[in-house]
Design a binder for this molecule. Sequence first.
Ligand SMILES: Nc1nc2c(ncn2[C@@H]2O[C@H](COP(=O)(O)OP(=O)(O)O)[C@@H](O)[C@H]2O)c(=O)[nH]1
Ligand SMILES: [Mg+2]
Length: 313
Amino acid sequence: MKPVQELLQGSRRALARLITLVENSDPRKEELLRQLFPHTGKAYLIGITGPPGAGKSSLVNRLLGAMRKDGFTVGVIAVDPTSPFTGGAILGDRIRMQDHALDQGVFIRSMGTRGSLGGLSRATREAVQVMDAFGKDFIIIETVGVGQSEVDIVKTADSTAVVLTPAGGDSVQTIKAGIMEIGDLFVINKFDLPGAERTAAEVNMMLDLKEESGWRPPVLPVVSLYGEGVAELWRALLEHRRYLQQHGLFEARRRRRAEGELGELVEFLVKSRVWENIRTQISLEQLVESIALRRRDPYSAARELLRQIKFPF
Ligand SMILES: Nc1nc2c(ncn2[C@@H]2O[C@H](COP(=O)(O)OP(=O)(O)O)[C@@H](O)[C@H]2O)c(=O)[nH]1
Ligand SMILES: [Mg+2]
């Protein structure tokens, strides 16, 4: 197919078009991704996560500067699952990262729940594949670290930086549950604000309490507003990459990612096939009614539905 050839030859227009295509679950998507697959697996994935307003986009903007100075090409996917209408968030990301709007070595894409039928994490992963095939050296995934699906998204990254801020004394305590586990690096952004030292100390304390497992995540003070600490963050990311490679952990992470991808796809295909069948062939109304009226239990109803479905795929 033509867009694939164009993409592989470096067309940014084809890149944009193909991402839109996968995002909209176009019928041609599967075939396109299949064609791209042999060209993927080269890009290094960096996850940037943290609460809304922590300064993730501002940080990515600065990080892009450091990465470009070293000559790397970068793709950015800014995911905002918090709102179905991502206009505002997209605008925010665009404004924060506008330093690189005209840079041919940078490609920025925003994604929200609206455009991604059937799972934001799958849509993100597929957009990553397109950017990877295009030839980006690094791909940054910025996502709000609030729910399970967002955490799942950054779990697929090679290195993940959790961005925290000094705002409020209890911020670290309240968010630690989901995202403390996934941080390979911790950024205390807005280090210009009061309480920053204390937040950093708290995070360090929490990390010290964790069992040693080789890599001790660094806690890095950053002021994205002025670019302070960004060079150190970039260095720490490269150091983490080196650590993964030297300890054979890089392959392990990729294997875990492949396992997750496969599981996700199996579930997705089964689920969509099942509902496709149910919707087109079986009248659900009566069954629903009989469960609601307590004439029938949902387990046996579900089994009856599944017995009528045509497999295989
Ligand atoms: N004081 C201060 N404000 C910052 C810093 N970094 C970002 N901000 C501000 O925090 C707000 C949210 O930033 P944004 O990058 O959009 O956060 P995101 O939602 O995590 O992507 C913006 O008003 C930024 O200007 C910083 O280092 N210090
Ligand atoms: Mg943002």
